[in-house]
Design a protein around this ligand. Structure first.
Ligand code: ADP
Length: 601
């Protein structure tokens, strides 16, 4: 892009220079035509004057003062009519005999200009043409000189000096400088007054001396303008001027030169290139801006396209990823499904297995229970047998004795025997009633009961027993405690525990029984403790077994605790013997219940 812009700038610059050169050529043509016209207007005048017999006559015999004055007047007239600067006549020695400016402050008359080349040319029989700074007038002038002949003899020369400043006045154009130099490069006409009597290029010493000795430009220093040629082109040279600036302060010009051989002149034109440079810059900037805009648009389009491509690629990628994930998921799902199906099948098999195992276990349990029941039944049968056989044997003995005593008439003793028989049957009935408890299938209806009243009820039932053993009962049951139980069964358990305690304390120095209760989590613990001998540790595991008793025959059946424990379990609780310092301690645990406080009636 940079190269393209550079090429465009170069082209634009060259094109601009060419156009500048074209314009310069036209301007130069016009300017030279003007100069040509200026010179041609006066060129024939000296030749014409030279043919004037009056001048020839005068040169031959100048005559007196009057004759000179007459010629002066004549020349003055000619000069005025031809609009020349000065017109004068010189003799063969170069002395001015008559001049149009005879009345001026510093007239030419009497002055010798034989050193001027135009004079020498004229005396050589040719038209003399010369540019010089007037030694008298200090005015620039162009001289035309022509020999005045009589036959072949050259008597003198007639000279017409013209003002060349007209070639400057109207040509000072903006951005253009016109200059006319002599063959040595000395500028004597320039639209820039400060350039006059400078040289285009430095003069060598010999030339400088020659010019100085000719007095052509008086004492002008003839300093060079300081032109540096940058580039030579067919249409001219691109130059850098050290001491000349264009209207915009530029020092770069196109220098075009054209010779005017007849006049011995070089005509030059300096054209300011700043316009071209400015145009080039403008064009390049515009092009750069256009290119930048185009590049920007292209970049945006590209980006847009790339964005679309990226988007499309991403979409495609996302689609592919989704598809892959989907496939993976499907695969995973099917794998998992298969796994799950397998697991499910295995679980079903396991469940089946478990069910079978449970069934087997239940069956085994049933069998165990059955055998346990049978064992218990056997135990019980043995116990019952023992318990019932004893009173039966005793009854039999008492009955036998009764018969014998009756036969002997000892009726009082017979009565005693009958009393014994009654007591024994009472005891047997008691065993029967106790055994009935085992036959009971459930623990009876359960209800929320306030514990205090139930305990008090049990205490009342057990009062005769307590009286017998002289026991001292303390009830410490908090009123707010309630249990979920069957009141009759609960009382039975408590009465049983009180009975045991009573037996334990009987005959001991300290005979105290205490019933306390407390709430522990969702349970209510009722504690029955006595000051009896307590239970040896070895017996703790046995006391809940049916028919385990440490009591003498007739005093205990060993069923009380077994039945009580059974009842407690049936009601969702438990009965345990716990280690205790004072004597024996039993704890009855039952589910706690909420009781609405009774409204006083
Ligand atoms: P029984 O009272 O007919 O012996 P139980 O089942 O009620 O049958 O009691 C079993 C045994 O537990 C008793 O023989 C006794 O050794 C022991 N026992 C029960 N309660 C007490 C107690 N309060 N103090 C000491 N031992 C007890």
């Amino acid at each position: 892009m940079g190269a393209g812009l550079w090429a465009l700038a170069t082209w634009s610059y060259r094109d601009g220079i060419e156009r500048l050169a074209d314009q310069g050529r036209t301007d130069l043509d016009l300017y030279m035509a003007h100069l040509q016209g200026l010179l041609e207007k006066y060129e024939p005048l000296p030749e014409l004057l030279a043919t004037n017999p009056r001048l020839i006559e005068f040169l031959r015999a100048p005559g007196g003062r009057e004759s000179i004055e007459a010629l002066n007047r004549y020349l003055e007239t000619i000069n005025r009519i031809s609009d020349a600067t000065d017109t004068y006549l010189m003799d063969a020695e170069g002395l001015t005999l008559a001049a149009s400016n005879w009345k001026a402050e510093r007239p030419f008359v009497g002055r010798n200009f034989s050193f001027r080349p135009y004079f020498r040319d004229a005396m050589g029989g040719r038209l003399g043409r010369y540019f010089a700074l007037g030694t008298t007038s200090k005015q620039r002038g162009y001289y035309f000189a022509y020999p005045v002949r009589e036959k072949a003899e050259i008597l003198g020369a007639v000279v017409v000096k013209i003002d060349i400043s007209e070639a400057e006045r109207r040509w000072a154009k903006a951005g253009r400088i016109f200059m006319v130099t002599d063959l040595d490069g000395v500028i004597f006409v320039s639209t820039r007054p400060e350039q006059r009597f400078h040289t285009l290029f430095p003069l060598d010493d010999a030339t400088y001396r020659r010019i100085a000795s000719s007095n052509r430009y008086m004492d002008a220093k003839l300093e060079p303008l300081g032109i540096e040629i940058l580039e030579k082109r067919p249409e001219g040279a691109l130059v850098h001027m050290q001491q000349v600036t264009g209207p915009r302060g530029h020092r770069r010009f196109l220098l075009q030169s054209r010779p005017m051989p007849d006049a011995g002149w070089q005509v030059h034109e300096l054209s300011d290139t700043s316009e071209v440079i400015r145009d080039t810059l403008k064009l390049t900037t515009l092009a750069a801006a256009l290119v930048a805009t185009a590049v920007l648009i292209a970049a945006l389009l590209l980006q847009h396209q790339r964005g679309r491509r990226v988007h499309a690629a991403l979409t495609e990628e996302a689609r592919a990823t989704l598809e892959r994930i989907n496939l993976e998921l499907e695969e995973r799902v099917s794998t998992r499904t298969a796994e799950l199906t397998r697991t499910n099948r295995r679980l079903l098999a396991e469940i089946d297995e478990r069910l079978r195992a449970e069934q087997a276990l239940r069956e085994a349990q049933q069998a165990l229970i059955q055998s346990a029941k049978l064992a218990t039944l056997g135990q019980m049968s043995a116990g019952i047998n023992h318990e019932l056989n004893q009173p039966l044997a005793a009854i039999r003995t008492y009955a036998d004795n009764g018969q014998l005593l009756l036969a002997k008439g000892r009726t009082q003793e017979v009565e005693l025997n009958l009393e014994q028989i009654l007591a024994l049957t009472e005891r047997m009935a008691k065993i029967g009633s106790q055994l009935k408890l085992f036959a009971r299938k459930t623990s009876g209806e359960l209800a929320a009961l306030p514990l205090g009243p139930v305990v008090e009820g049990a205490a009342r039932i057990a009062a005769p027993i307590l009286a017998r053993c002289h026991g001292e009962l303390a009830l410490e049951v908090p009123a707010e405690l309630a249990v979920r139980a069957n009141d009759v069964l609960l009382q039975q358990v408590l009465v049983n525990l009180l009975g045991n305690a009573c037996q334990a304390i009987d005959g001991r120095p300290e005979r105290r029984i205490r019933i306390g209760a407390r709430r522990t989590g969702s349970l209510v613990v009722t504690r029955v403790e006595d000051t009896g001998p307590g239970i040896p540790e070895s017996d703790l595991a046995l006391i809940f077994e049916p028919f385990f008793t440490t009591k003498a025959a007739g005093e205990g059946l060993g069923l009380g605790l077994a039945i009580s424990s059974h009842i407690a379990t049936e009601m969702g609780g438990s009965l345990t013997a716990v280690p205790c310092e004072t004597g024996a301690c039993f704890e009855l645990r039952l589910p706690a219940a909420l009781i609405q406080p009774a409204h006083p009636t």
